[in-house]
Ligand binder design. Structure first.
Ligand code: DNO
Length: 369
């Protein structure tokens, strides 16, 4: 497992590369060009500059998260080919600086959705919260809350310019059913995956967050059955997953360790996060420690370990601690994600030691024979 950290870039993140260097075990920085809107060209000079900056501090730039997919591709409009061409061009350029994995999503209109970005937890910290009853019929209510909460920070998937035309967007998605969304995803993948195979860049789709349809929009990457269907759309190792325990974990029916056992060879990027799911289906993000939420993070790590996982991992959203919500991007503070890394590495390292001991015992007993 290769530990990484999501960084939003100089001047666009409260955290610096210098801070990240002080977190034990982090070898890669997950990045993007966050000012680019879906469907826009990524210039080679900008890509090179970002990769060089990340490398200059000793990190690998091998994972890019959020090369966002234009809505026309998801809706299946005739203009999609133009946007797929641009996407392919970006994949080729990213390969030139050593990018190996691209994390993206295929959620209509919104990326992750929450109803409160700063819900207080009993310990006095605060975190992203989803309250079912607070979802009104008007999605604009939620958009306003999220954009207000984000303040000056950009939020990938929550671009104000795009969301200003929310009514038009919703109209454009009318008639897009789950099956049609699957077809449109297949169309996209059938064009993109052969290029990925040639350029050795793996696509890793992010699950829908939360793992159910909202505002009548279809959401298709949300459980074992749908993930199987997704992987079969184009059955290539280059068509893979970002396995996010926080997103899939919002539905307690998703048995995460067992899904890792099934899908591990198609998981290229692991997002590890804990959520506490309440009986009425509301959920809040909590510390990575298994006991603190509904995701048994120890078992998750164990499942990766048992399968010899060598892919990229990052702590996903964290709580906002010690007042940091005043200056950090929602969900992306420094402290809780750093604590999460230490928890994950603690579990991983002890499993590695155990394996070493078992190996030594096996060698010893063979010598006796
Ligand atoms: C949540 C993230 C997602 C992810 C996108 C990828 O914080 O894991 O927003 O970056 O869905 O396109």
């Amino acid at each position: 497992m290769q530990m990484t950290w999501r960084w939003y870039g100089e001047g666009n993140d409260s955290i610096t590369l210098g801070h990240i260097r002080q977190i034990p075990g982090v070898m890669g920085v997950v990045w993007s060009l966050h000012d680019k809107v879906a469907g826009e060209e990524w210039e080679m000079e900008r890509i090179q500059e970002a990769a060089d900056q990340i490398r200059s501090k000793g990190f690998s730039p091998a994972v890019v998260e959020s090369v966002n997919i234009h809505d026309d591709i998801k809706i299946g409009l005739p203009t999609r080919d133009k946007y797929i061409d641009i996407y392919i061009d970006t994949i080729k350029k990213l390969s030139k600086v050593g990018v190996k994995v691209i994390c993206y999503n295929f959620m209509p209109v919104f990326d992750w959705t929450r109803t409160d970005l700063y819900k207080e937890l009993p310990d006095g910290s605060n975190a992203l919260f989803y309250e079912k009853a607070a979802i009104t019929d008007d999605p604009m209510d939620m958009v306003k809350k999220i954009l207000e909460g984000a303040g000056d920070f950009t939020m990938p998937g929550w671009e104000p310019e795009r969301l200003a035309k929310l009514d038009d967007l919703f109209k454009a998605y009318e008639g897009v059913t789950e099956d049609i969304l699957f077809d449109n995803l297949k169309y996209f993948l059938e064009r993109v995956i052969p290029v990925c195979e040639e350029y050795d860049v793996k696509m890793a789709i992010h699950p829908d967050d939360p793992a159910w349809p909202i505002f009548g929009l279809p959401r298709i990457i949300r459980n074992r059955e749908y993930i199987r269907r997704f992987l079969n759309l184009v059955d290539s190792p280059y068509n893979g997953l970002t396995f996010c325990t926080g997103s899939l974990g919002t539905n307690p029916e998703n048995d995460l360790p067992s899904m890792i056992h099934e899908f591990h060879d198609r998981i290229h990027f692991a997002h590890i996060r804990n959520v506490k799911v309440f009986e009425n289906g509301d959920f809040i993000e909590v510390s990575h420690r298994g006991q603190d939420g509904s995701v048994d993070v120890c078992e998750v790590i164990k499942a990766y370990h048992e399968n010899g996982f060598t892919g990229y991992v990052r702590p996903d959203h964290g709580r906002h601690l010690w007042g940091e919500e005043k200056h950090c991007r929602p969900g992306y503070g420094l402290y809780d994600r750093a604590l999460g890394i230490m928890y994950m590495l603690g579990v991983w390292d002890s499993l590695e030691k155990e394996k070493g001991r078992e190996r030594a015992i096996t060698v010893q007993s063979k010598q006796h024979i």
